[in-house]
Design a protein around this ligand. Structure first.
Ligand SMILES: [Zn+2]
Length: 455
């Protein structure tokens, strides 16, 4: 639809103005209130967005201030475009512009959310306005969903699904990257715990490391009540031992990496366990540290745990031991385990539970997000590939990733845009920006995609 391009170019100033209005609302998750479950600024941003939809002539729904949408066209089936209006905090280091300014200069619009994800969301809205203006009569309804809790747990879409929100027949989220992410590994974020009945001359009094399941820890520390000569028994690279009152402190260094690519890091908790097994530990403590050192250690593919699996599309299952904590004589381990895109929870989870139960651990927490895999021959992938190739002239190379995108939050979606191959990564960083040209290009691609999927 050539008219769409004309409309988008002719309304570029309006698009930028509306985006600036939204960027100026610092929609970081805040204190919940009855009318604003994710904080007042988040709710305000949703209200502002729905008002914009009204002005553009779309019917709108606000579902309990958690998620809203606008819709166009008629038909039994619905295709969805899922964006989000919440943002991560500004953080430090902004130099080019103020984080909540929406300042436009040097062909860029700056601000938290310009790329992730208010920019693409407003682009989608103008794409739909362009289709409407062109008189497009779709045979499937087109719904643009405005999520408000993507950055801090995706409870918006949990609410949507649990409260009768319609499931789209297909759709996409412009909250990933181009060309198309058609595979995402399944994610199990889980905690396993074991109570230690400590006996012998070596007693663990402290064991901790890491901050989140999805980050490979760069530091871990243990303290033991033990004989003074223990200090001499540990000799391991990147491990330091210091004498403390009544015992020793052992500190291990690692290399931080994202939990979806733990092989790029070095796990400080695993290294700490390896160091502690050099001590003449006894009983439960000996048992537990041996399990941790031998079954996990520095491994990231779950080989010794016996949970390794792989497929050609997405490679190996990965294990990231993100957090260790020790309290009330109980050691707890929090992990992010990601299994290949063509595998299932029923294949991966029982093996993991068995592995940990052999080490005396039981599962205390499990948050699962199923893998996504949309085959290249599916209608969704065929059509999005065609659109991408026509619009950019580049090949639509399909990609599987270990990370989870917003596409996981409701069925039948994949991530499509907004960032192009080779472009600078800037979401969640200082000086987040979107080139105004890229913004318009996104609107054009999204219009073509909605047209293909809904016609
Ligand atoms: Zn996002």
């Amino acid at each position: 639809m050539m008219e769409c391009k004309t409309y988008i170019r002719a309304h570029a100033d309006d698009l930028l103005k509306d985006l600036t209005t939204l960027i100026r609302i610092p929609s970081v998750e805040g204190e919940p209130t009855p009318d604003a479950p994710f904080g007042s600024e988040v709710a305000r941003c949703l209200h502002e967005t729905l008002a914009l939809c009204d002005r553009l002539g779309f019917r709108t729904v606000n579902m309990d201030n958690r998620v809203g949408w606008c819709e166009y066209g008629e038909g039994d089936e619905m295709i969805a475009v899922l964006g989000h209006l919440d943002v991560v905090p500004a953080g430090d280091g902004w130099q080019a512009a103020e984080p909540f300014s929406g300042e436009i200069k040097n062909g860029r619009i700056y601000g938290r959310g310009t790329m992730d994800d208010k920019g693409p969301t407003v682009a989608a809205l103008y794409a739909l306005a362009a289709l409407k203006d062109a008189g497009f009569v779709p045979s499937r309804r087109i719904r643009i969903l405005f999520g408000t809790n993507e950055e801090t747990g995706c409870q918006d879409m949990v609410w949507y699904l649990e409260h009768g929100g319609e499931v789209p027949v297909m759709g996409f989220t412009p909250d990933g990257e181009y060309p198309i992410i058609n595979g995402e590994k399944g994610i199990m974020n889980c905690t396993y715990a074991r109570k230690l009945n400590q006996t012998g001359a070596y007693r663990l009094t402290r064991f901790e490391g890491g901050t989140a399941s999805n980050v490979s820890p760069a530091y871990a520390v243990a303290e033991l009540a033990c004989p003074a000569e223990a200090a001499g028994k540990i000799a391991l690279d990147k491990v330091t031992v210091t004498a403390i009152d009544g015992g020793i402190r052992v500190e291990a260094e690692g290399v931080s990496a994202h939990g979806s690519t733990p092989e790029q890091g070095e796990n400080a908790i695993g290294r700490l366990a390896l160091a502690l097994t050099m001590l003449p530990l006894e009983g439960d403590l000996a048992d537990c540290m041996a399990f941790l050192a031998d079954r996990i250690g520095m491994e990231t593919r779950g080989e010794s745990l016996g949970i390794a699996m792989r497929d050609d599309l997405s490679g190996d299952l990965t294990v990231n031991l993100g957090v260790a904590a020790f309290a009330d004589d109980t050691l707890s381990l929090t992990l992010s385990v990601r299994y290949p895109v063509t595998k299932t929870y029923d294949e991966a989870h029982p093996r993991m539970e068995r592995a940990f139960s052999l080490g005396g651990f039981h599962e205390t927490k499990m948050k699962h997000k199923a893998a996504i895999y949309m085959p290249p021959e599916s209608e969704l992938i065929r059509k999005l590939s065609k659109v991408y190739e026509e619009q950019t002239g580049d090949k639509a190379v399909l990609k599987s990733i270990g990370g989870g995108t917003y596409a996981k939050s409701i069925p039948n979606l994949v991530a499509f845009g907004p960032i192009f191959p080779g472009d600078e990564i800037r979401e969640h960083k200082p000086d987040e920006y979107m080139e105004t040209e890229r913004l318009l290009q996104n609107a054009e691609i999204l219009a073509a995609a909605m047209y293909e999927l809904a016609k």
